[in-house]
Design a protein around this ligand. Structure first.
Ligand code: EPZ
Length: 422
């Protein structure tokens, strides 16, 4: 397992290209299964998660070309296998979203339960309840979801989600777009990645309305045309680089982004004293950090609230703020594992019941630390870049899941970081 070596304390400078969104790319790649057509997706980030998903889709028998310069061609004309194996699903939880398209195309599917992960148990109970409401017969045995459709088709229905789950909302969209009749889903998630998925499907002939609100209405259609789409930017990567600029007191330019989907993140960084200047023509955001960061409290929430995927990165930033900040994780039950590792660097943080109290400012000293999950590893990179001296970050594969070329991007900005093969 590779590790990162970082010498912190450097001021960074320059511009960084923000990659395509992992959390938009995954459901849209899976949506290609629905149409049985050739599809072209561009600006797909080159990540472990997208590579794993391509492997899984290939195992269904579809024709998917190896990713070249962030472009993927996938022809889903033939599906010869409707079983998603545990050894693949466990590596990439969003694989559970293949359940609906496999049912639409083949009338049956066996998809492994994804299992929990570091940040929580992450059940799929809402996914299964919603699919049953649309006519799926589902049995869970020996770690697999065994599903089949009566008459080989979903039937439109009304369904209220217990909570605005992103994945469950995406699952229902994939099931309902080709169902018999109309479906109405309430208490759905409103994340930008869901809006992007719906826009892509509507361009392919689907009839979806209400995306971006908490009520989705979908009129089933008999078939969909191929998808040709350029994936939007990754709002979480953008937020991560804002945190890096803030803690290293570096003025950076983030390229290929727009502000619509990151307002809640910008607002908290502005409160902490970071200034921003956006140029719509060049789609660039100039990040200008203050000499002294002010403390800021956050509570994670479903969109448009402060995203849980930015919690660890913002917490790391508040280590350097002049005062006390409260970081309250309200989405996942175990998403504070970055805290013990940040303490190893010298951070002053107390945690009780997913609520962290960060006391700053604190000078950090480099040390060996261990990544525990994707966004926790990002928070360790942020802190190490502002710590004095040398840090080692182990289990870097967590980072590789969600950040494209992070080491190279940081080196281009002047960071003293390198990857060491273990
Ligand atoms: C998506 O995960 C994202 N992943 C996550 O990003 C993100 O943290 C999460 O949404 C919340 O925004 C992708 O889009 C690939 P949820 P998902 O279903 O869909 C509970 C990252 O770092 N729940 O909205 O799995 C669940 O336990 C990743 O890029 C149920 O109880 O998240 C959690 O507490 C991490 N039953 C809450 O809902 C269900 O059937 C939100 O989960 C489904 C979810």
């Amino acid at each position: 397992m590779d590790m990162l070596e970082i010498y912190g304390g450097n001021n960074l400078t320059g511009a960084v290209d923000i990659s395509g969104s992992k959390n938009a790319a995954l459901p849209i790649l899976i949506a290609c299964l629905l149409n049985g057509q050739p599809n072209r997706l561009q600006n797909i980030p080159r990540l472990r998660d997208t590579l794993f998903l391509a492997e899984l889709l290939r195992s269904f028998g579809v024709d998917i070309e190896a990713q070249k310069n962030n472009q993927i061609f996938i022809d889903t004309k033939q599906i010869t296998n409707n079983r998603a194996e545990y050894n693949m699903v466990r590596k990439m939880r969003a694989s559970v979203l293949t359940l609906a398209p496999l049912l639409v195309r083949t009338g049956a599917a066996q998809v492994s339960l994804p299992g929990g992960c570091a940040i929580g148990s992450r059940p799929v109970d809402i996914h299964l309840k919603g699919l049953e409401a649309l006519g799926a017969q589902i049995e869970v045995t020996q770690g697999y979801i065994h599903a089949r459709l009566k008459n080989n088709t979903f039937v439109g229905n009304h369904f209220k989600l217990d909570l605005p789950s992103v994945g469950a909302t995406e699952q229902f969209i994939l099931a309902a777009v080709c169902a018999n009749g109309e479906s109405v889903f309430t208490n759905v998630a409103k994340e930008p990645e869901i809006v992007e998925l719906c826009n892509v499907l509507n361009r392919a002939g689907a009839k979806i309305s209400g995306h971006g609100t908490n009520r989705l209405c979908i009129q089933g259609v008999s078939n969909l045309s191929g998808i040709d789409h350029v994936i939007g930017f990754d709002r979480i990567e953008a937020g991560t680089f804002i945190a890096i600029a803030a803690v290293t007191k570096s003025s950076l330019v983030l390229k290929n982004i727009n502000l619509d989907s990151i307002e809640s993140v910008l607002e908290r960084f502005r409160f902490a004293g970071v200034q921003f200047e956006y140029c719509a023509n060049s789609q660039s955001l100039w990040v200008k950090p203050p000499e002294c960061l002010r403390p800021a409290d956050i509570e994670t929430a479903a969109y448009p609230g402060f995203p849980t995927d930015m919690q660890a990165q913002f917490l790391a930033t508040m280590i350097f703020a002049h005062g006390e900040s409260t970081i309250y994780e309200r989405i996942f039950e175990n998403r504070m594992m970055h805290v013990p590792e940040l303490r190893r660097l010298g951070a002053k943080i107390e945690v009780y019941n997913s609520k962290a109290r960060v006391i700053g400012p604190k000078k950090l000293q480099g040390a060996p630390v261990m990544a525990t999950d994707l966004r926790a590893s990002a928070s360790l990179v942020i802190a190490a870049l502002a710590a004095n001296g040398r840090s080692e970050i182990r289990r870097v594969y967590h980072l590789d899941r969600g950040y494209e070329n992070l080491v190279e991007k940081l080196q281009m900005l002047g960071a003293k970081i390198k990857r060491i093969a273990q």
